[in-house]
Design a protein around this ligand. Structure first.
Ligand SMILES: N[C@@H](CCC(=O)N[C@@H](CS)C(=O)NCC(=O)O)C(=O)O
Length: 202
C-alpha cells in the first residue's frame, strides 16, 4: 500500500493516523508543495488523481483519492472488527455525517482560520472564524455528554475532525467554553499507537 502525501497536510495525516492505529504496513511518497499552494505533480500523478491533490492511495493498483474515501476503504479492509466504521446502518451513517462536518465547517472554519492567519492563504478571516466557531459548537453539542462522536469508542468520525481542532486549540480558537471537545482531544491523544500531527509553525 502506497500513500502519496505530505507530512504537513492534515488530510494526509488523518490517513497516516488510521494506518498507524491499525498497524497497516505501507510506504509513503512525499509530494512537494509549490509556492502557489498547488502540488508539484506530473502527468503520471494526474492519472492517479486527476484533481492533483493529496492524499492518494495506491493499494496494489487500486487507486483512490479523497481522505474520506481512503479512510473508509482502509477501515473496511483492515479493521475486521468494524471498530472504526460500525457495521450497523445507523452507526455507519453517523460516521458519514461527522466526516461531512470535517470536509465543511472544520475545513472552511478551523483549518482556514489557521491557514489565513499563519500561512497567508487568501480568504476572509472573520468569515472563517465564524465558521470555525460553528464547528466547535456542533462538536461540543455532541461531545458534552459523551466521549466519542459515534457509539462507545473512537471511529473514523473522530479521526476526520481531530487535527484541525487540535492544531487551532489555544492559538486561533480558545476551547475554554468547550469542555467536551477538550476531553475528546485528550481521548484521541491517549489512543494506543497515536501519532501527533505535524505542526510546521509550532
Ligand atoms: N477533500 C480532499 C481535499 C484534499 C486537499 O485539499 N489536499 C490539499 C493538501 S492538504 C492539496 O492537495 N492541495 C493542493 C491542491 O488542491 O491543488 C480530501 O479529503 O482529501
Amino acid at each position: 500500500m502506497k500513500l502519496y502525501q505530505r507530512d504537513t497536510s492534515l488530510y494526509s495525516y488523518k490517513v497516516r493516523l488510521l494506518l498507524a492505529l491499525l498497524q497497516v504496513p505501507h510506504e509513503t511518497v512525499a509530494v512537494k508543495r509549490l509556492p502557489d499552494g498547488r502540488n508539484d505533480v506530473d502527468a503520471a500523478y494526474l492519472k492517479l488523481n486527476p484533481r492533483g491533490q493529496i492524499p492518494t492511495l495506491d493499494d496494489d493498483g487500486f487507486v483512490l483519492w479523497g481522505s474520506t474515501a481512503i479512510l473508509t476503504y482502509i477501515a473496511l479492509r483492515h479493521d475486521p472488527a468494524r471498530r472504526w466504521l460500525p457495521p450497523d446502518p445507523q452507526g455507519a451513517a453517523e460516521v458519514g455525517q461527522w466526516m461531512e462536518l470535517a470536509q465543511n465547517e472544520v475545513r472552511t472554519g478551523l483549518f482556514l482560520s489557521r491557514a489565513i492567519s499563519r500561512f497567508g492563504y487568501s480568504g476572509g478571516l472573520e468569515a472563517a472564524q465564524a465558521k470555525g466557531q460553528i464547528a466547535l459548537e456542533l462538536l461540543e453539542g455532541r461531545l458534552r455528554e459523551r466521549g466519542w462522536l459515534v457509539g462507545e469508542g473512537p471511529t473514523l468520525a473522530d479521526l476526520a475532525c481531530f487535527p484541525e481542532v487540535a492544531l487551532t486549540e489555544g492559538v486561533e480558537f480558545s476551547l475554554a467554553a468547550f469542555p467536551g471537545v477538550r476531553s475528546w482531544l485528550q481521548g484521541i491523544r491517549g489512543l494506543d499507537r497515536f501519532v501527533p500531527p505535524d505542526d510546521p509553525k509550532a
